[in-house]
Design a protein around this ligand. Structure first.
Ligand code: GTS
Length: 178
């Protein structure tokens, strides 16, 4: 049996976190070699382990993979988490590229000087709420609304309640003194 994948990165989330998540989702145990000093990174560079002198780097199946997305794609394909045809794969790529863009923004947040934090947080919130999460909510809504019991509950005439009517809510609250 092949050994566990070995992850080379800092002892932090950064770009490696999505790789950790994917391995966890695939049920794959992994080892981590944390870079503790600039010398540790230099050593990897000098022994030719890093194609572009950068981390993340993952040792897996006899290879030393770098470039986050290449690593993710390899692991996803290996564990049947990368679609069943090229159309599904294109869709998965769109979602994961969107998240990579968002991750790029949030990953840098702790490094911003205090006078830039508020403006950046506002931008992150705005993009998360209006651009990224809606795409995922839309996909999940479609999937969830297709579950047979949920589909039934969404039909007119079910016991589902309509959105709150402010007047009726106020009257109820007054009646129950809540
Ligand atoms: N496109 C690469 C990827 O996605 O893996 C970028 C990798 C990258 O920029 N890594 C940084 C690095 O090694 C570390 S971090 O940004 O993930 O913290 N930088 C050193 C260098 O020489 O570029």
């Amino acid at each position: 049996m092949a050994g566990k994948p070995k992850l080379h990165y800092f002892n932090a989330r950064g770009r490696m976190e999505s790789i950790r998540w994917l391995l966890a989702a695939a049920g794959v145990e992994f080892e981590e070699q944390f870079l503790k000093s600039p010398e540790d990174l230099e050593k990897l560079r000098n022994d030719g382990s890093l194609m572009f002198q950068q981390v993340p780097m993952v040792e897996i199946d006899g290879m030393k993979l770098s470039q986050t997305r290449a690593i993710l794609n390899y692991i996803a394909a290996k564990h049947n988490l990368y679609g069943t045809d090229i159309k599904e794969r294109a869709l998965i790529d769109m979602y994961s590229e969107g998240i990579a863009d968002l991750n790029e923004m949030t990953m840098r947040f702790p490094l911003y000087p205090p006078d830039q934090k508020d403006a950046n947080m506002t931008k992150i919130r705005e993009r998360t709420t209006n651009r990224y999460f809606p795409a995922f909510e839309k996909a999940l809504k479609t999937r969830i609304s297709n579950l047979p019991p949920v589909k039934k509950f969404l039909q007119p005439g079910s016991q589902r309640k309509p959105p709150a009517d402010p007047k009726a809510s106020k009257a109820t609250r007054e009646l129950f003194k809540i």
